[in-house]
Design a protein around this ligand. Structure first.
Ligand code: HAM
Length: 426
């Protein structure tokens, strides 16, 4: 293989043991929180029917799909987990207890333009509450997210959750600019989501591009952009029709967040609309307070996805929390742990004839739950100690003819250098 080809494809990662330890450390925290919040874990194939993901609203995620034809089938690597989870729910809908709480941890593939915090594959913790229509579900999910931030050691205030409601924006626009064209709301959101990347002028231009999917008047496009700059819920509610149900929902959501004691870290931000077309209600994204990184996680309510996929209508809300941005944030805070290899003992038979005795020791120690290596090839004792040190082993068990006769092993503690005889544990 050519030397350049020893690197994985651009935007993808190898996970060497130390990298994998870190990834698992992070997801074990997610898993622990998911269990505390009574979510059940599910999994689905990475390869799905491409049509599960090919929506027509012009979303980036669809353009970035890794897809292929094989034996006449059009398949794709999943770019996200939500459609697969929806598909699983639909396949068993009659037999499930709702509202259900499911979570999944898996790899997603998107052919992204690479920037800091964006790769072409990433792992995501996804949590979904399906079958609950009230914002109490959103509040639970947000509380779970903050629980993970706390477990990872992030100081309170270092991450802000920005919340908006697509429904509020929709109600506001349908009462005015989009009165005659309600169907362009989803593509409008896809364009508006680019705001932080390309700025207000470019968004207004895309919205008013006559050849684009939205094509509203330039003055209307400006009005939309102005609506997005609102960062105060009361002002946003004033722009919406009177008695707006989504304004009421947002008010209730903030009241619930008080009870979870996280409301001081959650702010209203009308510019958060999210880039996926399926969202219908509350949407949210978490950002580092310094504002230097991309969204750490994001989600929202998607009450119409099930219908879009050909199923019965079903209220649903969830989020995805990736492994890439959070690592950058933890590194910035000096919070990435040094996770050493778990290696409790190395067992060494000083002569080949003593190997069965070394195996007996290794089996017994492994039986007590310890991580144990046996020295496989003949070696000099000095090399064994040096190598055990390098591997980070805690103890070396030495079995020589004398030890065999006395029914013991000579144990060296590599941290203290102490040596003692030990009897084979029961
Ligand atoms: P998303 O915003 O596309 O939402 O992704 C969620 C999170 O996954 C992001 O905030 C980020 O942490 C991570 N992520 C996404 N793309 C990349 C990438 N290219 N490189 C590194 N990390 C990335 C969804 O995927 C929705 N399915 C979330 C959801 C679940 N909504 C409802 N339920």
């Amino acid at each position: 293989m050519a030397k350049g080809k020893l690197q994985p494809p651009r935007g993808t990662r190898d996970f060497f043991p130390e990298d994998l330890r870190l990834r698992q450390w992070f997801f074990e925290h997610c898993r622990a929180v998911a269990h505390q919040f009574a979510f059940e874990e599910v999994d689905a194939p990475i390869v799905e029917h491409a049509e599960l993901f090919t929506r027509k609203a012009g979303e980036e995620i669809v353009e970035q799909l890794y897809h292929f034809e094989i034996h006449g089938r059009h398949l794709a690597l999943r770019p996200e987990l939500t459609p697969s989870i929806a598909r699983m729910v639909m396949s068993r809908a009659g037999a499930l207890r709702f509202p259900l709480r499911w979570f999944a941890i898996g790899q997603n593939w998107r052919y992204e333009r690479m920037t800091r915090g964006r790769k072409r594959e990433h792992y995501q913790w996804n949590a979904e509450i399906i079958g609950a229509a009230e914002v109490s579900a959103e509040a639970e999910l947000m509380a779970a997210i903050f629980s993970v931030f706390g477990r990872l050691g992030l100081p309170p205030g270092s991450v802000k959750l920005r919340v908006n409601s697509r429904a509020l924006l929709e109600e506001t626009l349908l009462a005015g600019i989009l009165r005659k064209r309600p169907e362009i709301f989803a593509p409008l959101c896809v364009i508006v989501d680019k705001l932080s990347k390309i700025g207000t002028d470019a968004v207004a231009q895309l919205l008013s591009d006559p050849a684009g999917p939205v094509g509203i008047a330039a003055s209307d496009a400006r009005d939309v952009v102005d609506l997005l700059s609102v960062q105060d819920l009361e002002a946003a509610v004033k722009n919406a029709p009177a008695d707006s149900p989504s304004a009421r929902d947002l008010g209730r959501l903030f009241a619930l967040l008080d009870a979870y004691e996280i409301s001081e870290h959650v702010v209203f931000d009308a510019s958060v609309v999210r880039g996926l077309a399926y969202y219908t209600g509350v949407v949210f994204e978490a950002f580092d307070a310094a504002g230097t990184l991309r969204a750490v996680c994001g989600g929202g309510r998607y009450d119409r996805l099930f219908e879009t996929l050909g199923g019965k209508s079903m209220p649903a809300v969830g989020f995805g929390f990736g492994d890439v941005v959070i690592q950058e944030l933890l590194a910035d805070h000096g919070l990435l742990p040094e996770l050493s290899r778990p290696l409790d003992a190395i067992v060494f038979a000083m002569e080949d004839a003593l190997r069965p005795e070394a195996i007996r020791w290794a089996r017994q120690l492994r039986g007590t739950g310890q991580a144990v290596e046996i020295v496989l090839d003949p070696a000099r004792l000095k090399r064994v100690y040096a190598d055990a040190d390098r591997a980070g082993a805690r103890r070396v068990y030495l079995i020589g003819p004398d030890e065999l006769e006395r029914g013991v092993a000579r144990v060296r503690d590599l941290q203290t250098g102490d040596e003692r005889d030990e009897k084979l544990p029961d």
